[in-house]
Design a protein. Structure first.
Length: 241
């Protein structure tokens, strides 16, 4: 997969906010994906004691949702933890793994927000722009906005609104479990994003691409992998861009 260079990664939090504001207008919030043969899932795990991060990209066949390929990148996370700036903390590792993917997915589900973000530029939208691929944000918690509790049935959802704007949906993937929070990442509509998330559910709250990516990032998924070991954050980011 090819990564598009749009900005430097050596930024202060204030500079990162400005980058988000500049990129937000480029996010495409409409469209659908098809035909889909491969779906990717992206997740990142960071050790809060050592500052070491592990990014996993898992590619699955569709509709069977069987693993096709997995790539992992490990390295030190240099950007501080700042709410709303998760992408600048995790994206460099994710992009390093994406560059090694040989079977490029038609759609990527990201563990994080898309436009359901104060500046409408969560990690799913950021990655979608840098990879020029349809992406969906599917988070375990809500970052901003308000919503009603969706009905109990699987597939039920309620819109998330912020300042009168619909920015996502609280989606019940299984009866009796907490909802996930779905939002447009890039090059897809919210209605389509909800349908695709539901089409990837296989008996768990979390859709299968993200469930397997989470296992992979935690070292609990055994597939043939390609692992990149990085050194200092500065050297790693120079190697990406």
């Amino acid at each position: 997969m090819k990564v598009i260079s749009r900005h430097d990664w050596h930024l202060s939090p204030r500079q990162a906010v400005e980058v988000q504001r500049q990129l937000a207008s480029e996010v495409r919030r409409n469209g659908d994906v098809g035909p889909v043969r491969l779906i990717g899932g992206v997740d990142v795990s960071v050790d809060r004691f050592t500052g070491e991060g592990t990014a996993a990209v898992v590619v699955l066949s569709y509709p069977a949702l069987e693993p096709v390929e997995m790539k992992i990148t490990r390295g030190r996370v240099g950007f501080p933890y700042v709410p709303g700036l998760l992408s600048f903390r995790e994206s460099p590792l994710v992009l390093g793994a994406c560059e090694k993917i040989e079977n490029a997915p038609d759609l990527i589900l990201v563990d994080g927000q898309g436009i359901a973000h104060p500046r409408r530029m969560g990690i799913a939208s950021h990655l979608g722009l840098l990879l020029d691929i349809p992406t969906i944000g599917c988070a375990k918690s809500r970052l901003c906005g308000e919503c009603r509790v969706p009905a109990d049935g699987a597939g039920s959802f309620s819109e998330i609104t912020d300042g009168g704007e619909v920015i996502g949906a609280a989606l019940r993937t299984r009866e009796g479990v907490a909802p996930v929070y779905v939002s447009v990442g890039h090059r897809i509509s919210l209605d389509a994003a909800i349908r695709w998330v539901m089409s990837c559910v296989r008996g768990y709250r979390i859709p299968e691409p993200l469930r397997l990516a989470h296992q992979a990032a935690g070292g609990n998924l055994s597939l043939k992998t390609s692992t990149i070991r990085t050194g200092a954050d500065e050297g790693y980011q120079r190697s990406l861009f």
